[in-house]
Design a protein around this ligand. Structure first.
Ligand SMILES: [Zn+2]
Length: 250
């Protein structure tokens, strides 16, 4: 008489990622939730559970058991995503994260000095003032040409500068970059190589500093308004990644 595995067993077998893929993703994602960036250690402390291995394209929608289709999610982000698409999952998770931050008063009232919360800016730049890249090169005595790109890390300072232009010139790719009150919606670089710097800025203790202008000709010499310190809130999509950043309370 032939015996068959119970269907549930077969199902479980298919749903699980092979151990070598889990190990690779664990390392690749730096033991962090892909949506809210919580670490596995923090997840254990906060929820009493490890990060989950999630099918980016849900298994129920024929998502494969491959490394490319695997990401780490903390239990509430995984729950928020459910069997939604990744984009929808990220949106739901972003709403959840924002609500949680607001509920805990983190967006409004936590003083910047508490370690692991918000990183305050301390430096010579004045919030609300206009600076051209040339001004900044002079103030910081730098000849580093990567200042001409959208993301710049000045040497010797734990800072990430973001140069954001709301309206792009016609020769530039059109992404939605928008500063609305205290929220900056910002598309990262197309290749996304520096996305992790933005996502992990608090863990790396780096201050996120947007320089913003409506258009290239808003200010003389192509200047930007220095907006002061912001904090990463969420991200979605890829190529480029869309970020949501909040202004730190003053
Ligand atoms: Zn999460």
């Amino acid at each position: 008489m032939t015996t068959h595995n119970p269907p549930l067993g077969e199902l479980r077998k298919r749903v699980e990622f092979p151990p070598e893929i889990k190990a690779a993703v664990w390392k690749r994602d730096n033991e962090c939730c892909a949506y809210c960036n919580i670490t596995n250690t923090e997840s254990m402390e906060k929820y009493g559970k490890h990060l989950h291995f999630d099918h980016i394209i849900p298994h129920i929608k024929n998502g494969a058991n491959t490394e490319a289709n695997c990401q780490l999610l903390c239990p509430p982000c995984n729950l928020a995503k459910g069997d939604s698409t990744d984009e929808e999952g990220r949106r739901k998770a972003a709403i959840r994260i924002n609500k949680e931050l607001e509920r805990n008063g983190l967006l409004e009232s936590i003083p910047p000095a508490i370690p692991g919360t918000l990183i305050a800016y301390s430096g010579p730049l004045i919030t609300g003032n206009v600076y051209t890249r040339k001004d900044l090169q002079e103030i910081f005595n730098t000849t580093d040409r990567t200042i001409d790109t959208g993301i710049f890390r000045p040497k010797g300072r734990s800072e990430i500068w973001l140069f954001v232009t709301e309206k792009k010139t016609p020769d530039r790719t059109q992404y939605l970059d928008l500063l609305s009150d205290n929220t900056l919606y910002w598309a990262g670089q197309t290749l996304g190589k520096k996305d992790h710097l933005i996502i992990n800025h608090r863990r790396n203790n780096e201050c996120l500093l947007p320089f913003y202008r409506i258009g290239k000709n808003q200010f003389k010499g192509g200047g930007f308004v220095f907006e002061g310190a912001f904090t990463y809130v969420s991200h979605s999509g890829s190529h480029p990644t869309n970020f949501v950043l909040h202004r730190n309370p003053s």
